[in-house]
Structures are given as C-alpha cells and as structure tokens.
Design a protein around this ligand. Structure first.
Ligand code: AP5
Length: 223
C-alpha cells in the first residue's frame, strides 16, 4: 500500500504512523524525523535546517523533494510506504505525483487526522522527546515511567525546539496556508479519508487501521 497521512502539527501523525507502517509491513517515511536526524550534524546544511525548523517554517521544497525521492528509491519502499509529513504543500504534491505516476506506483490513499485547535495546543505543550532516540512522550497522556527521563535509554527528556509558543503559532499558520489545500487535492482524486483523531492513541489507531483496510474480513482489535 502507498499511503499519505496528513494532519496539523500535534495531530498524532508520528504516534500513529510508526505503528501503522509496522503493522502494514511498509516503509515509514517521516520527513520531520529525517530532518531531525540531519540537523544534529556539524554542517552548513544542518545550520540551515535548524533555522527553518526552529522558526516553524518549512524546509525549502527542492531540498525536501530530493530527500524524499532518494528515500523512495530504497528497497524497503518497493513493497509500499507511508508518508508522514510529506507532501506539505501543493508544489510538493505535484512533484510526488509526477514521480510516482511515471513509475506506475501512484498514491492509493490519503488520510486526514481530524483534531481541534485546543487539543493541538494541549498535545504540543505537553510533549517531551528524547534527544537521543527520538522517543515521544506526553506529560498527561503518555508520561515516562520516571518523570523527565526516557524509558528506553535513561536520557533526560526535552521540549522539541519548535514546540515553543512562538514556533507553534507559526507552524499552525503555515499549516493553514500551505498544507490544508492538500485535502482538496486528494479529495479531487477520490482517495481522501478522514479519521477522528480525538481519543486515546489506541482508539485513534483502531479507526485509522479500519480506514486503511488493516482489519479486513472482520479481523478486529488493535494489534
Ligand atoms: P514534523 O515533525 O512533521 O512536525 P508536525 O507536522 O508539526 O507534526 P508533529 O511532529 O509536531 O506532530 P505529530 O502529528 O507527529 O504528533 P505526535 O504524534 O508527536 O515536522 C517538523 C518540521 O520539519 C516542520 O515544521 C518543517 O520545518 C520540517 N518539515 C517536515 N516535513 C517537511 C516537508 N514535507 N516540507 C518542508 N519542511 C518539512 O503527537 C503530539 C503529542 O501528542 C505527543 O506528545 C503525543 O504523545 C501526544 N499524543 C499523540 N496522540 C495522542 C492522543 N490520541 N491522545 C493524547 N495525546 C496524544
């Protein structure tokens, strides 16, 4: 399956998609995660990435498109992939469609995670991440076993640099102007589904898994 998962900052894309891609047995391609890995390098490119991301701006399309095109050529993406955080605007969607259609493997489904503005703020303001392994926690809905410490490797947890109030406001503005038009783009192609992203992570996962056909033939229950 070739899937795109869309939604505003904090909708739970990362929380849901790593599990979904694993259950579907397809590659999970998250541009935010790719950039967060690259930004730690000591290079002019990493400096540029930090400056875009920490202000809540999109990384330029040419760089983003090139990275995704390269990632889609990797062997694990041959049997299918889930794109999380890409495309982020209509120009990226056009490039993606052109590439995939030329290769005879177009996007089959796009899913929009639906969430309210107040829930976005609650999720982003309570998010903590491990700066070493990238594990994501939440002060209320998914706290670490020991407060402030990563369950997996014992590293002190931090706030993501783009979860400051100022950067969140800018990310929401960018989302409204650039990313929201993608819903119309995929709806016009007849491949858009919507999923209510309010509820526990397991409840949301059940809905998402159903929409992408993971529970065909009546097989149910979150894996
Ligand atoms: P990216 O990492 O893609 O950020 P985002 O889209 O803003 O999304 P988030 O990662 O903030 O949220 P999420 O939806 O994954 O939610 P999460 O699961 O963490 O991009 C970051 C930056 O990289 C961009 O701003 C840009 O600069 C750059 N970039 C990335 N892609 C790009 C592109 N294509 N083009 C150009 N630039 C690009 O959940 C949030 C919190 O809520 C967590 O604490 C979680 O534990 C909690 N939570 C999750 N689900 C639930 C639930 N059901 N109930 C309660 N709490 C929940």
């Amino acid at each position: 399956m070739r899937l795109v998962i869309l939604g505003p900052p904090g909708a739970g894309k990362g929380t849901q998609t790593s599990r979904l891609a694993s259950d579907l047995g397809i590659a999970h391609i998250a541009t935010g995660d790719i950039f967060r890995t690259m930004r730690h390098q000591d290079s002019p490119l990493a400096d540029r990435l930090r400056s875009y991301m920490d202000r809540g701006e999109l990384v330029p399309d040419d760089l983003t498109n090139e990275i995704v095109a390269h990632r889609l050529e990797q062997p694990d993406a041959e049997k299918g992939f889930l794109l999380d955080g890409y495309p982020r605007n209509i120009d990226q969607a056009k490039v993606l469609d052109d590439e995939l259609e030329a290769e005879g493997r177009p996007i089959e489904k796009a899913v929009r995670l639906m969430i309210t503005g107040s829930e976005i703020i609650a999720r982003l303001s309570g998010r903590l991440v491990c700066p070493v392994d990238g594990a994501v926690y939440h002060l209320q809905s998914n706290p670490p076993r020991v407060p402030g410490i990563c369950d997996l490797d014992g590293t002190p947890l931090v706030q993501r640099p783009d979860d400051t109030e100022e950067a969140v406001m800018r990310r929401l503005e960018v989302y409204g102007k650039q990313t929201k038009p993608l819903y119309e783009w995929y709806a016009a192609r007849g491949i858009l589904d919507e999923v209510d992203a309010i509820g526990t992570p397991d409840e949301v996962y059940q809905r998402l898994a159903k929409v992408v056909g993971l529970y065909r033939n009546g097989a149910g229950g979150a894996a």
